[in-house]
Every structure is written in C-alpha cells, then in structure tokens.
Write a protein that binds this ligand. Structure first.
Ligand SMILES: [Zn+2]
Length: 382
C-alpha cells in the first residue's frame, strides 16, 4: 500500500509497507470429482422420485478409509447460504431457521439415526466370532418372537418358517436375530460394540461428528437386547456404521475415514503424505470372510437382489426403519453395499429420509446403489 498527498504525489517514508501475498500449500484430497458428481446426481434423482426430505450417500475404500464421495441433498449454494431450495414453504421464521440449519448440516457425519436391519451385520459378526451361532444352525419364525411380555414382530407377518442362520440373514428375519442376540447376552454384545469401535467417533477429518447414542450397559434388559439385535432403540451416524462394516469385510481391521491425502508446498517441490493410524484388528479374519460370503448371498439371493449386477460380485444389506414416534408412517430406508465381494475396494451407504409411497430399502435404495456401482466399478478399473 502507498500513500499520496492531496496532489497525488507519493509520500515516502510512511510506516506502511506492502506485503506480497504468499501462495498457500496444496491439499490433495481422496475425493474423486467424477464420482462425487455422479453420486450427487443419483441422490437428487432418488430424492425427486420419492419426494423425500433428504438423501445421503458415502462412497469409501473399505481397505484404507479413503472417501471418494460424500453427498447430502438437498445441497445449498455456498454463495447463497440463506436461500432454501426452490418450492420450500415456511410457515414461520422459526421453521425457516430450522430448515436452514438442516440444509447446512452434513447428515452423514452430524446426524444420528436408528439403523434398522443394516445393523444385523454387527449382530452376525459378533455372534459368529463369539461362536454362539453357525450358518447352518436352524431357527423357526412364526412371524413374531416373544421376549418377556413383548411380542416382537417379524417384517414378514406370516413368518419365514424353518430357516438356517444364513437364510435368516438373507431374509433379514427379526426372530432369528433376536435369538442370536439373546444367545450373546447383553454384556458380551456390549463388549463387541466397544471392540468394533461403535461407541467411538470415527475420527474423520471433518468437523461436527456425532457420537453413537447407546443404552447404558447396566440397563440393557432382554427386550432392549432383542431390539438392539435388529438395529432398533439406539442411534448412530451412517459414517460410523459404514466404517464398522468396512472392518467386517476388509479382513477385520479398523480404518479412519478421511479426505486429506497429502500436503504439497505451493511450488510443488515437497509433498508430505498425511498418515493415519494403522488399523487395529477387531474381527477374526475367518469371520470377516464369512461376513463377505453371507452379505454376497443377500445380494445374490436375498433382500438385496435389486443391487445385483451380472458379472460383478456385490455384497450388501438393506434396511427400512420406521422413524420415531412409531406409527406415523415415516421411514428411513437404506442400503449398504460393497464390491468386489471377495476383496472389497468400494463400499457405499445410501439413506433416504421419508420416502413417499413404496419405502422399502431393498426396493428403492438398492437399485440406486447398483447404478453407482455400474458407473464407478469400470471407472476404477475393478
Ligand atoms: Zn422372520
């Protein structure tokens, strides 16, 4: 900066000095622009088709936690943060503020939800590792299971009849998972939540990560245990669930989900890779192989079949959870899928909040995740 007098003559010896801008460092991200654009487009399409409140999606490498895409629609224009999406009606200023707050949040990281059946992967992994069940154990589902004074329904009211544990996973049968959860017992089940790091934040390099809201371990009775075993009565983020399921299918080690890869000096002469903790082993490798196998069979033969792609091996699990308070007919539907099923390189979670009309995760979300896989597997040379 320079100063002049009234005649425009530059003044010498002023205290102010011009400071040249310094070029900053370059942060390299794991995010892939093409995948991010495609995923956002698929989320918008689903939100529109189902007249839903919100659609969220994360695409990650389950081996190392690199996030390729993270979408949360409706989005907002950073240049116009106070503009709500077109067609939004607000009855009051308070409502407008709530909607703005909701729009600004990254639901994947900051919002917890009741996961429903995708959480059955946790029950299965814990029970298989504890040795309280094998794939061939047989169960019987008359359409409900009685725990203490409660009659807890299966989603198939007429019942699944006689089935093995593997078929129970494919059918997503609640009575099967209730019985497996009861075999584990509250104390052991809870210790697996700790082992699988479900009660901790993932450590993602984004602000505002929400923590899991779980029962006090001393207050888990049989009814609570039964509902936890099929993914109800507690809340976590989609990011937390995706990160834990990653460790189930990657051979059993934890990962830290992240965007930051490396920092390069502005002139490109030096690059420093960002290091993340080496994963700890949280699940037996043989059980991890079983998890890949059973979740692949869910897509090949079970409730996730709408994500099946000829020529690709895909594993996954669907979920449909009724929002609280129950009985209002509002749902969150979701799907978690990974590929290739024998050695996963990509894992995806997608949730849709309050879809209208048909709301089953297997019917409405699985086909969208399939669409993402169809697009990105060839793109990633898989
Ligand atoms: Zn059943």
């Amino acid at each position: 900066m320079t100063y002049t007098d009234a005649a425009g003559i530059e003044l010498k010896n002023t205290a102010e000095q011009r400071v040249e801008p310094i070029a900053g460092n370059t942060l390299r991200l794991t995010m892939d622009w093409n995948i991010q654009s495609f995923v956002t487009q698929v989320c918008l399409e689903l939100m529109e088709e189902k007249q839903a409140n919100e659609v969220s999606c994360i695409v990650m490498n389950p081996q190392n936690g690199e996030i390729y895409a993270m979408a949360n629609v409706p989005e907002f224009d950073l240049n116009r943060p106070f503009e709500l999406p077109e067609g939004t009606t607000c009855e009051s200023e308070e409502m407008r503020q709530d909607l703005l707050n909701k729009m600004w949040r990254n639901a994947n990281v900051s919002d917890t939800y009741e996961p429903g059946s995708t959480f059955k992967t946790v029950t299965a992994a814990a029970a298989l590792e504890a040795g309280v069940v094998t794939f061939n154990d047989t169960f019987s589902c008359p359409g409900f299971y009685i725990v203490e004074d409660r009659r807890i329904r299966c989603h198939k009211v007429s019942g699944h009849g006689s089935e093995t544990f593997l078929q129970g996973i494919q059918n997503s049968c609640n009575p099967v998972f209730i019985q497996v959860g009861l075999r584990l017992g509250a104390e052991r089940f809870y210790s697996y939540f700790e082992q699988f790091e479900l009660l901790e934040k993932t450590g993602i390099d984004l602000p505002g990560e929400a923590r899991t809201i779980m029962h006090d371990p001393k207050k888990i009775g049989e009814v609570e245990l039964a509902t936890i075993s099929f993914g109800q009565s507690f809340q976590l983020t989609t990011l937390r669930l995706l990160t834990t399921i990653s460790s189930f299918v990657n051979g059993g080690h934890t990962v830290v989900p992240h965007f930051g890869m490396a920092i390069s000096s502005f002139d490109g002469t030096s690059t420093q890779k960002i290091a993340y903790p080496q994963g700890t082993h949280v699940l037996d490798e043989a059980v991890s192989a079983q998890m890949r196998e059973c979740l692949e069979s869910v897509v090949a033969e079970g409730g996730g079949n709408k994500a099946y792609i000829e020529g690709y091996r895909i594993g996954g699990k669907t979920a449909t959870s009724e929002k609280l308070p129950r009985g209002t007919g509002k749902y969150i539907s979701s799907f978690v899928g990974f590929a290739p099923a024998d050695e996963p390189q990509v894992i995806i979670i997608m949730t849709v909040d309050e879809p209208q009309g048909i709301y089953y995760g297997g019917t409405i979300v699985a086909p969208k995740v399939k669409k993402i896989f169809e697009n990105i597997l060839p793109y990633l040379n898989l």
